[in-house]
Structures are given as C-alpha cells and as structure tokens.
Design a protein around this ligand. Structure first.
Ligand SMILES: [Zn+2]
Length: 349
C-alpha cells in the first residue's frame, strides 16, 4: 500500500519547494513541530520532490506522483531514500550495545539494516502507523549504517535523501564517540549528493552539537478541516460525533488521530497534570550517565505519586504511573541510558 497523501502543511511545502527549485535547499535540515504533526511524512514528500522526474511547474512545485521514482518513494522502496526510524533492538539480541570491536560492530550494522528493512516492510503493509513508543532508539549501529550509506554513490537518482525520524532518540553511548563525531561532521558538510533531514518534536531535546549544524524548519499543526477530511477519507469515520471528538483530540496532528482512541468522557486528565510537574521537567534534564542521581529522582517521583494517590487522585492511573516509575527504576540499574529512559517515562506519564 502506498503512503497516504501528505495532508496540509501548504505553507512549509511552498517554502521547501521554492528552496529546492532555486537550488537553495539546505543539505542538513531539522523539521520540528508537535509530535504526530507529520514531520516524517513531510520529509518523505520532500524526498519524493527531490527524486521526481516531472515535478509540477511554477514556484510551487509538487511531485508528479506518476513517475517511477515517485512510485518508489511512495511505496518506501526507493533505493536512494534512507529512512531511519527508532528501533527496539533489545528483542533482537542487543545491537544497541556500545561494543566497538570491528567484526562485532559490522554484525550490529547488519542487524540494524535487517531491522530497518523489516520495519519498512511493515509500514508498506500498514502505512497508517502510530507514533513510535517504548524504548525504541537509534542505536549507534544505525549511525554507522547511515554513514556507510552516505558514502555510497546514488543507486538510481542523482541524490540520496536521509531521513532520521524522532532524533531525540539518538542517544550518545560511551565508547561510540568516533561514530558520533562522524555523524556531526556529516551534518556539517554532507556529501554534495546528499540531503539529511532530521525530525524532532522538541529541538531542545537534541544534542546541542546536532542542533547547531542543521537548518531549523518549523512544521505547524494542520487545520481541523484537513484532519476531518483525512479521518473521513483514510479512516472511514462517518459518525459526526466520533469525527468531532477524534479531530478535537488530534489537535491538528494526524499522528495523534491515528494513535488515539476516543477519550472516555468525564475522566480528569491526570496524565496532563503530571507531565506539567516540575519534577518531570527535571527528569528531562538528567545528565547522561548520572545513574545515582537518576534513581534518587525516580524514588522521589514515586513518592510524589503515592502522596497524590493518598489525596484521592485517580487511583487507577496513579497506580499505573507508580508501577511505570518503578519499572524505570529497575531498568536504570541495568544498561539502559537514563536520558532515554527519562524521555520515555515522561512520555508514558
Ligand atoms: Zn514524479
């Protein structure tokens, strides 16, 4: 199944198409905007435009949607479009590890390449995927794979397009400085035939060294009318009431429309209150590898949640939140990056 059409984003499309048409498209871009707003879908649209053989004329170019490269991009099969999404590799035997041994590192790169190919196959089957969840991340082997592909000549087109989705999940690991530095160098000076598009909901969650090397492009929420049209056409939602409710929850983000079931009405939004808690903000600021401080913070967070439960908050949700915090605490004892754990936990809560 091809990707669903890109919905909305007319303003940013015009700017990107204009830059492309005049040869001024930056080679390292950061698309940033709310989670689920369609940043990676927009990146794929740009990849399609770059490869299209007959884009619609005028300053407001559109990919034709008919030529072979267009078809290949839309079916996630273009050999010069490299889409990197976070992976959950713990199930696959730990390619997320930081081993630097030559043969071992090669094996991990192959493992990541296989995992990505599988993920792309799954998305071809079901292009209306929900946002990535859990502890999925970009392991350092994915960075090595990207660097390896960056060095290749394009297989079919004149250029290669790299998309790194959810780049907040690109986490430094001890012993992988060489690959990390190579990535920074690639972002600073990509090969002339390559465009690298990084996406992130919160640019401040990115490593400052990455942020300083990319041109930031903001991606705004789309109009409710566009979300409604998508819900009707792509999801087949007919009931007026359901439509209105789903569109309201989506809040201008197709990804949220796909991820959310209609909320049960009448329940206080406990989760929203907790994500605003200053402690969670602090969680996001935990320095890399500060394991001791991190578990202390989880302990005090659990304490806070328990106090909230005693005061008569939504017990069911609070109990779940506490158990998530305790799970995170267990994982923090192991070989899991505290920063990633904090990000995932904050999201879950
Ligand atoms: Zn085309």
């Amino acid at each position: 199944m091809p990707l669903p059409p890109l919905t909305g984003h007319e303003g940013v499309k015009t700017r990107l198409a204009g830059a492309h048409a005049s040869g001024r498209l930056p080679q390292a871009l950061l698309l940033t905007g709310p989670r689920g707003v369609g940043k990676q879908r927009l990146a794929l649209w740009l990849a399609q435009l770059i490869h299209c053989e007959a884009p619609g004329g005028g300053p407001r170019q559109e990919p034709c949607g008919e030529c072979r490269p267009c078809h290949l991009v839309l079916s996630l099969q273009h050999p010069d479009v490299h889409w990197f999404v976070p992976l959950e590799l713990s199930k696959r035997g730990g390619a997320g590890g930081s081993s630097t041994g030559g043969g071992d590192a090669d094996k991990q790169v192959d493992l990541v390449a296989d995992a990505l190919a599988e993920e792309m196959a799954a998305r071809r089957e079901q292009p209306l995927y929900a946002p990535v969840a859990g502890l999925a991340s970009h392991p350092i082997a994915a960075v090595r794979l990207l660097l390896r592909r960056l060095a290749l000549t394009p297989a079919m087109g004149k250029r290669k397009v790299f998309i790194v989705g959810d780049a907040e999940r690109l986490i430094p690991q001890l012993g992988t400085e060489v690959a990390a530095n190579a990535l920074l160098k690639a972002l600073e000076e990509p090969p002339a035939d390559s465009v690298i598009i990084v996406t992130a909901a919160d640019p401040n969650a990115l490593l400052p060294t990455i942020l300083s090397r990319v041109v930031l492009v903001r991606v705004a929420r789309i109009a409710d009318s566009a979300v409604t049209a998508f819900a009707q056409q792509m999801l087949g939602i007919k009931s007026k009431e359901e439509l209105a409710q789903r569109v309201m929850v989506a809040d201008g983000c197709i990804g949220k429309l796909l991820a959310t079931d209609p909320p049960r009405s009448g329940q206080p939004d406990v989760a929203a209150r907790f994500t605003e808690a200053p402690l969670l903000y602090a969680l996001g600021q935990v320095p890399f590898q500060a394991r001791g401080g991190f578990t202390d913070m989880l302990d005090s967070l659990a304490e806070r949640l328990r106090a909230e439960a005693k005061r008569g908050g939504d017990t069911e949700k609070l109990v779940e939140a506490i158990s998530r915090v305790m799970d995170a605490r267990d994982m923090a004892q192991g070989n899991v990056n505290p920063q990633l754990l904090a990000a995932v936990l904050a999201e879950a809560l």
